[in-house]
Design a binder for this molecule. Structure first.
Ligand SMILES: *Cc1c(COP(=O)(O)O)cnc(C)c1O
Length: 345
């Protein structure tokens, strides 16, 4: 039975009459197209498929879900923004996330005039369930952002905790799985049918090596995806991006090999750095980066730049921590060599 989401949606969204584009009104491929005020000339003259059908069909094959369970956005940023605009009434409703985490939840809720409750993760970077439970009963809390594996802490959130949230909370739960391909834990994708208010966001930017194409994906029930489609910009993914992504998604063996190599390299870098005096701790990682606690993040960050290596200083989120992406084997060896030449402070 389809779930009724109307109690969750913003009023203006429930009453919305969407824009209908020319390419939706007439979908056949053949004909003399004089319906969209396009130029008749050149390779890029036509508007793209507004529903990205070919790309969704390929994703549906790969992820073993329905085409109608997929929304494709201009990066995950569009997925995050769309979810907020569907469910959170500005200046009234709230969203919640667990910090430290990905910065876009905060920025996007702020832009939309929605309060974001930030609950600190515990020292193991897990959710403190007992302190969370009272929030779940707040009728104005509409949305929970849960990043797993989490950026920048590099770990996944316990399955049991997520189950408690999914079962107790009556609002929408967005699980951001940008790094799931680097984890040995299962994606929540297979449980989508069990949880009607669950949205899973993944991206082609990390393991799939297409950050330049800006393609973020939401997986959810067909009804929820219908609401995404209702409010999205008509042509939100360019035809060039759709085509290039489709080309890349035929090379799955190569992507699998690259992911396996990145995971092996993550292990190698971790072992090589583990006993250096400037490194106090390397957190276990289920991502393509390492979170490293150092003696002095500021000094080491700048010493690495002097050696032509740029990492991310996360000391404002987690004291004296650097976040280091895993590169090619050659790049990683240069990173290890650079660490071996640092002046310790
Ligand atoms: C990198 C990252 C993304 C990807 O964002 P895109 O806009 O799809 O490139 C999403 N979520 C998290 C937590 C990330 O770290």
């Amino acid at each position: 039975m389809p779930t009724n989401y109307s109690y969750l949606l913003r009023d203006n969204i429930q009453n919305l009459v969407p824009y209908t584009s020319a390419r939706e009104t007439y979908t056949a491929k053949e004909g003399i197209f004089l319906d969209a005020n396009e130029s008749p000339y050149g390779p890029y003259n036509r508007y793209p498929d507004p529903m990205q059908f070919a790309l969704k069909k390929r994703l549906a094959e790969l992820k073993k879900c329905g085409v109608d369970q997929i929304f494709i956005g201009n990066g995950s940023d569009e997925v995050i923004d769309t979810v907020i605009r569907l469910f959170c009434e500005p200046n009234r409703d709230k969203a919640l996330t667990f910090t430290p985490t990905y910065g876009m939840y905060k920025v996007s809720t702020q832009i939309n005039g929605v309060e974001l409750i930030e609950q600190p993760l515990n020292p193991q970077f897990q959710i403190d369930v007992k302190n969370l439970l009272p929030y779940l009963d707040d009728a104005d809390l509409k949305l929970i952002f849960l990043c797993s594996p989490n950026n920048p802490t590099a770990n996944t959130i316990d399955k049991k905790t997520i189950e408690i949230i999914l079962n107790r909370f009556q609002g929408i739960v967005l699980i951001d799985e940008a790094y799931i391909d680097f984890s040995d834990k299962a994606s929540w994708l297979t449980l989508l049918n069990q949880y009607p208010r669950l949205i899973i966001s993944q991206t082609l930017s990390k393991a799939w090596a297409m950050a330049g194409l800006r393609l973020g994906i939401a997986y959810a029930s067909p009804e929820l995806i219908g609401y995404f489609n209702l409010i999205k910009s008509p042509y939100n993914v360019s035809s060039v991006n759709q085509q290039k992504a489709l080309e890349q998604l035929t090379k799955i063996d190569r992507i699998d090999r690259q992911v396996a190599e990145l995971i092996a390299e993550r292990k190698r870098v971790e072992i090589a750095l583990r006993n250096l005096p400037s490194i106090l701790k390397i957190y276990p990682s289920e991502t393509n980066f390492l979170l490293i606690e150092v003696s002095d993040a500021f000094s080491i960050y700048h010493q690495l730049i002097d050696r032509n290596i740029i990492v991310r200083n996360r000391t404002n989120e987690i004291t004296n921590c650097l976040r280091i992406s895993i590169g090619t084997p050659q790049e990683n060896t240069q990173l290890i060599n650079a660490f071996n030449t640092l002046d310790y402070v």
